[in-house]
Design a protein around this ligand. Structure first.
Ligand SMILES: NC(=O)c1ccc[n+]([C@@H]2O[C@H](COP(=O)([O-])OP(=O)(O)OC[C@H]3O[C@@H](n4cnc5c(N)ncnc54)[C@H](O)[C@@H]3O)[C@@H](O)[C@H]2O)c1
Length: 325
């Protein structure tokens, strides 16, 4: 499998280390920052490109990792899909639903294997929780994203990142959907309240938000986020009949009770490595059924987070497009 990269910053480093561990062959690397492209390529004997179109024209790739910031998605995925190249895209897949839909259509038309980097779907605690929940009815899903402010310049600018909900809390919204099913409406409040302007002059969005979720199947939920604390927590609590599970993706634990029995598990697989391993297998076998986080599915998570942002703006309940549930 000949693999290419577009964007080799922070998260690409993580994916590249997993690929190195798997002995995979990275043959071409593109970044608008030439020194980053150079250093990622040198280690692996890959060719370097500044423009992704040139790379896609010249390189016979089997798979492409798109790891650019949210605002930088243009035609990378569409050009790759048209060339029959399998796609692994870092979340969030875009900043607008129109863009995501356009790519989703191109990917479906080309029939290429496609995956989005929602790594926690591949964690063993998630698999165990899915298995325990089985066909039980879920009534309440509670998510938390409590973090400190990332230093990355683009992250702090709404037009570039989409804000904390779209860029970061997306992982927990995605898990809320994974456990709770599709969301039909959301209602959000948020404030820029805790981080003093002098500490983050470019930050132009809320630092505390809370988003209520109404699921199609009748469950309800909430995802609350802040970027104003030290340390951090990414967690999801799932409550059903005779079921209470707490998944903490920072302490890597699954705890709770089911039918009066306690559940207590420490994760051995965080999902980061496993998502890349699973993607490579899907590419080799040309088998999309091995993918737990397809592009189309990730577009539905994007839709929920964009609806939350819309609700922050409108102060009203926002309905999800009916095509999303
Ligand atoms: N755990 C996760 O799933 C996780 C963690 C961090 C980041 N991410 C996601 O990964 C994406 C990238 O984030 P990051 O933290 O790696 O950012 P980053 O700023 O560290 O790296 C992005 C890289 O993309 C390059 N780039 C920007 N525009 C480009 C273009 N048009 N063509 C080629 N290269 C371009 C930049 O020069 C930079 O090297 C974001 O969507 C982010 O949300 C996911």
């Amino acid at each position: 499998v000949r693999i290419g990269f577009i964007g080799v910053g922070g998260i690409a480093g993580n994916y590249l280390r997993s690929l190195d561990r798997l002995g995979a062959q990275v043959t071409a690397v593109c970044d608008v920052d030439d020194s980053r492209a150079q250093s990622a390529a040198e280690l692996r004997g890959a060719r370097v490109y500044h423009h992704h179109e040139e790379m896609l024209d010249k390189e016979p790739l089997d798979a492409l990792f798109v790891c650019v910031p949210p605002f930088a998605h243009s035609n990378q995925e569409i050009l790759a899909a048209q060339r029959g190249i399998a796609l692994f895209v870092a979340k969030p897949v875009a900043l607008t639903l129109e863009k995501a839909r356009e790519v989703e259509k191109a990917v479906a038309a080309a029939g290429v294997v496609n995956q989005v980097g929602y790594m926690w779907r591949y964690a063993d605690i998630t698999e165990e929780a899915k298995c325990i929940i089985g066909s039980r009815e879920v009534g309440l899903v509670l998510g938390h994203v409590l973090t400190s402010l990332p230093g990355t310049a683009w992250w702090r600018v709404f037009a570039r990142s989409g804000g904390q909900i779209v860029e970061q809390s997306t992982h927990v919204f995605d898990l809320a959907r994974y456990f709770g099913g599709e969301v039909q409406q959301v209602f959000a409040w948020g404030r820029r309240k805790l981080i003093p302007p002098a500490d983050a002059p470019t930050l132009d969005f809320e630092d505390v938000t809370t988003v209520n979720l109404d699921f199609v199947n009748g469950a309800v939920g909430n995802v609350s986020s802040t970027s104003a604390i030290r340390g951090g927590r990414y967690s999801v609590e799932v409550i059903g009949r005779n079921l209470h599970l707490n998944l903490n993706y920072v302490s890597d634990t699954l705890t709770g009770t089911v039918d009066g029995e306690s559940v207590d598990m420490k994760a051995e697989k965080s999902g980061y490595f496993e998502q890349v391993e699973s993607f490579l297998q899907a590419v080799r076998q040309k088998d999309q059924s091995l993918v737990k986080s397809s592009y189309a599915d990730a577009a539905r998570t994007l839709a929920v987070t964009l609806a939350a942002n819309a609700s922050l703006q409108s102060g009203r309940v926002e309905l999800l497009p009916t095509t999303d549930h």
